[in-house]
Design a protein around this ligand. Structure first.
Ligand code: SF4
Length: 282
């Protein structure tokens, strides 16, 4: 029951070629609702992107996170059948991230519509950064007017001394302590060179991987692993999210330890209210 994420760490990593990615990803036994998510960085810059998507077993669902900033990306998508990147989910399988400070809004709308009109399951997401609220609210209206599915993502992290986001474990991302815990992930996190990591923090911080998808004897083990980096976790792993039954209170990792402080049920209820307000129509 693992969601698989193929992520990019930095430009210096050795990248698996298309043949290696296809062989590796085809080892995954998955089920409906547990997609392989190709994300980055930018997955479309991989020279074998089209071959990878077309070469992965058809029963493995694929989601793609992209910036869609290069015209050539549209051509790449057009070499993949729209139904290959579509699944039964309450959101689009191709999720374009909109960055108001770096992207031309009208150009992006045009490019998204090219793919949408050809039948691709595509939508736009934007991180609701506190410094960009006005621009993003205006953009949201434009996307919706153009008939494009547009969603907001909570900003996770620190801005002007304030920590944003809703997290399952108190202080886990604040970098104010470092403690020993046991941690178990629900995601199979794969770096660009095929290394497999306990969590996003390990990948981004360059800590040792727990294995490699290229190793034929590598097996996913549903187990708690010791970690002495608790307190320096990545917000992506700790943020509160819903499970497949839409119940809020979960996160990508589960952490156990004497000093691990969970949100109380009352606090989770408070977060539910805040998130509902955050997602209100504008
Ligand atoms: S405790 Fe935090 S840093 Fe350690 S493995 Fe879990 S998520 Fe990663």
């Amino acid at each position: 029951n693992y969601e698989s994420k193929a992520l990019k760490r930095n430009n210096h990593d050795k990248m698996l070629d298309g043949r290696q990615w296809i062989a590796s990803l085809n080892r995954i036994i998955s089920r409906s609702g547990l997609p392989v998510t190709l994300q980055g960085g930018e997955p479309l810059i991989h020279p074998d992107f089209v071959e990878i998507v077309n070469g992965v077993r058809s029963d493995i669902e694929i989601d793609i996170l992209t910036n869609l900033y290069d015209k050539g990306f549209i051509t790449k998508f057009l070499d993949i059948a729209p139904d290959r990147i579509r699944r039964d989910a309450p959101y689009s399988s191709i999720r374009v991230s909109y960055h108001p400070e770096q992207m031309n809004l009208d150009e992006l709308i045009k490019n998204v519509l090219i793919l949408k009109d050809r039948g691709y399951s595509i939508g736009v997401w934007s991180v609701f950064h506190p410094s960009q609220k006005e621009k993003i609210e205006k953009a949201k209206k434009k996307f919706l007017k153009a008939g494009i599915d547009f969603r907001l993502k909570e900003f996770l992290g620190e801005y002007e001394g304030k920590m944003y986001g809703h997290y399952r474990y108190k202080g886990a991302c604040d970098k104010k302590f470092r403690k020993d815990v046991l941690c178990k992930t629900t995601e199979l996190i794969i770096g660009p060179d095929g290394s497999v990591y306990r969590c996003t923090s390990d990948l981004y911080e360059g800590r040792d991987p727990i294995g490699s998808i290229l190793n034929p004897s590598f097996q996913i083990e549903d187990q708690f692993r010791p970690c002495d980096w608790y307190g320096h976790c990545n917000p992506c792993d700790i943020k509160l999210k819903t499970d497949r039954f839409q119940q809020l209170g979960h996160s990508s990792v589960e952490i156990k330890g004497e000093e691990v402080e969970n949100l109380s049920l009352e606090e989770v209820e408070e977060v539910k209210k805040t998130i509902a307000e955050f997602n209100r129509p504008i």
